[in-house]
Ligand binder design. Structure first.
Ligand SMILES: [Cu+2]
Length: 183
């Protein structure tokens, strides 16, 4: 597949840091990125901030991408003593009216299980998000393998709101988190 149009789309996504670019009236996706824990990891994950500008709550209920065998909405639950359990969130992620929800390292994420394609840093990957009310939104998500937020012991930054662009010390460390399904 040609990467050139994807790259153009990645620029558009990057621009959404500053401006809402997606054409959906209700849902805006900010600062999306995709990463794998290691270049050979069997799985990957996408993170982003989802804004809901509508007057009613919405819910991210599904996600799809051709680059993985399965894509699921996951949540990390802190089991204490540094143990994080990753669970498939069957109910999806609620996005409150006029609010936002952060999908961030150590918390909610879109999990790509069984990568068919293994994108390189700076490329982008296609992702379709399915919302209960807003319907489907198709994104090109830039691959950012260097992204290092969430390191350290920033406590629980999982809530929405006030997170800026995710550079702060939110969430838990990455590294050896058990993104190990399907293996
Ligand atoms: Cu996961």
């Amino acid at each position: 597949m040609s990467r050139i149009p994807l790259f153009g789309a990645a620029l558009a996504v990057a621009a959404s840091l500053a401006f809402p670019t997606l054409a959906n009236d209700a849902i805006r996706i900010e600062d999306a990125y995709f990463r794998m824990a290691t270049p050979m990891a069997p799985n990957g994950a996408a993170f982003m901030i989802i804004h809901n500008d509508a007057d009613t709550d919405d819910r991210l209920i599904d996600a799809r991408s051709p680059i993985a065998k399965r894509v699921e909405l996951h949540t990390h639950i802190d089991m204490g003593e540094g143990v994080m359990k990753m669970t498939h969130d069957e109910d999806g992620f609620e996005i409150p009216a006029h609010g936002s929800r952060a999908l961030a390292r150590g918390g909610d994420h879109v999990m790509f299980m069984g990568l068919i394609e293994r994108p390189g840093d700076g490329e982008s990957i296609p992702l379709t998000l399915v919302f209960e009310k807003a319907g489907e939104i198709v994104l090109e998500v830039p691959v950012d393998l260097e992204r290092a937020d969430g390191m350290g012991h920033g406590g629980h930054g999982h809530g929405a709101g006030g997170m800026g662009h995710g550079e702060g010390g939110m969430g838990h460390g990455e590294g050896g988190m058990s993104h190990g399904h399907g293996n």
